[in-house]
Design a protein around this ligand. Structure first.
Ligand code: UT7
Length: 332
């Protein structure tokens, strides 16, 4: 029997309508469009403003878009993985809520918390279930309402993040397409530089934690920046060397969209020209787990069957990794 590979066979997405511009952020904190564009490369980000709407609402819309585009019935889905660090609530998993909202009743589902590496860790996980022959249709949905954990009085974090969701379908293929390999890594020591201080079992929510604004994302930007630049590039170069591929063999690098300077440094280390790099940070900012599938969704029409693609991410944990895959379909 031919080897089974796990191939992405469709991409869907949902972005909230509200655009939070640098001009509006400049009225909230002491910053400017010029600083944000120079140091980060973001012009605007989408924000889910509607009262009572959560990560699962965006995730469900992305999954609906995916199922419609791929002609998949909800009953056919075997498994759903939701990559998120902004679940609707601590219990239950947001994946279960998304499955319920999209009428996916024959699947089991769970959340995967790997922050900005959430999509690639989920793709590696889905790959196992597909390659083993156990499942035929796995949905990965990366969804984040980052605005729910951002302090809009903190100029060092509030310009960075945005809300959004994107979903992919992963199916078996016996052709020369799909996930070839991945390298994923973590370093728990990195937690000190990027975390949320309260609301977990270490420091449950209290009047004090709310007063001290300890439910917002805490980040030591420079330490994270340095680790992201070296780790993301190292692992992407490692996977290229392992498979004896050079920049000229690669159609696209799809990097996590945290900072334009990190994206450029990663591409430089890999010897890849900017033309081969998917970039949409300018319009969506950092949507954490959702950045990579949102890039695939944005660039879908430019992707051709057999294209060599490298995905690379770095995020809280620390978590990082790189995936080497061959795109499975031509533009439809
Ligand atoms: O996706 C998860 C992983 N996260 C990341 O990858 C983020 C990684 N980190 C970064 O992208 C960058 O470190 C930031 C964009 C967060 C910050 O940029 P930076 O070039 O590292 O700036 P910095 O923290 O070294 O700060 C330089 C100066 C400071 O002022 P002083 O102390 O030199 O007077 C900051 O207070 O820039 C100041 N600053 C700002 N100024 C205007 C920080 N944020 C702002 C701001 N507007 N928004």
């Amino acid at each position: 029997m031919a080897n089974i590979r796990a191939a992405i066979t469709g991409v869907g997405a949902f972005l909230p309508e509200y655009r939070l511009t640098n001009e509006e952020i400049s009225k909230m904190v002491d910053t400017s469009d010029e600083w944000i564009m120079q140091r980060i490369g973001i012009k605007e980000r989408r924000i889910l403003k509607e009262e009572g709407k959560a990560t699962s609402d965006m995730g469900a819309r992305a999954v609906e878009n995916l199922l419609e585009k791929t002609g998949t019935s909800p009953d056919e889905v075997d498994m759903l993985i939701c990559a998120t660090i902004t679940p609707d609530m601590n219990i239950p998993a947001t994946a279960n809520i998304i499955a319920h909202k999209t009428n996916i009743h024959n699947a089991w589902s769970f959340d995967l918390n790997a922050a900005c590496s959430g999509f690639i860790f989920s793709l590696s996980t889905a790959t196992q279930f597909i390659e083993s022959g156990r499942y035929k249709k796995v949905v990965i949905v990366a969804a984040e309402k980052m605005s729910s954990i951002i302090n809009y009085e903190d100029r060092t974090t509030c310009p960075l993040f945005g809300d959004g969701a994107a979903a992919v379908l992963v199916e078996p293929s016996t052709e020369d397409v799909g996930v070839i390999d991945y390298i994923n890594r973590v370093d728990g020591l990195g937690r000190h530089h990027l975390h949320i201080k309260a609301g977990g079992s270490l420091k449950p929510a209290s009047e004090e934690t709310v007063k001290n604004k300890e439910h917002y994302l805490y980040q030591e930007g420079q330490a994270v920046f340095k680790a992201a630049v070296s780790s993301m590039a190292d692992v992407a170069v490692e996977i290229m060397e392992k498979h004896n591929i050079s920049a000229k063999d690669i159609a696209w690098l799809v990097p996590h969209q945290a900072n334009m300077r990190i994206i450029e440094a990663t591409a430089r280390r890999m010897g890849i020209s900017k033309k081969q790099v998917m970039i949409n940070i300018r319009k969506y900012g950092n949507t954490t787990a959702a950045t990579i599938p949102l890039c695939l969704w944005d660039y879908e029409k430019q992707l051709k069957k057999g294209d060599n693609i490298i995905l690379a991410a770095f995020g809280a944990g620390f978590t990082w990794g790189s995936t080497y895959l061959k795109w499975a379909y031509d533009p439809k």
